[in-house]
Design a protein around this ligand. Structure first.
Ligand code: SF4
Ligand code: SF4
Length: 97
């Protein structure tokens, strides 16, 4: 097993941090992350009854939806989703091959 690494345009090594978790209890379903993701990783889906029951806040229409990691293997580790997320939902980690 070895850590997946990349190179900058200048040739320096860097370690991509790939999406590893999206906290459904923090997500408000705003869609910001979906708009900026350059790959087919994320999908907005209906919030499950279980999550609705756990929610502390009254759910309005937007909060009926939640972002999910639908295709984690397509992530390139750009970090854009976390940069635009207003609720700090994302966790990242390096990956092994
Ligand atoms: S890190 Fe980049 S490629 Fe991966 S899910 Fe986020 S925006 Fe998409
Ligand atoms: S940007 Fe954050 S709060 Fe908005 S849909 Fe994505 S994960 Fe959820």
């Amino acid at each position: 097993m070895s850590t997946i690494t990349g190179r900058t345009r200048g040739g320096d090594e860097w370690i991509p941090q790939f999406v590893s978790f999206l906290d459904p209890r923090k997500c408000i379903g705003c869609g910001r992350c979906y708009k900026v993701c350059p790959r087919n990783v994320l999908d907005l889906v209906e919030r499950s009854e279980e999550l609705l029951a756990d929610s502390d806040e009254d759910a309005d229409d937007d909060e009926m939806m939640v972002m999910t990691i639908a295709n984690a293997s397509d992530c390139i580790g750009c970090g854009s989703c976390g940069r635009v997320c207003p609720k700090n939902c994302y966790t990242y980690s390096a990956a092994e091959t």
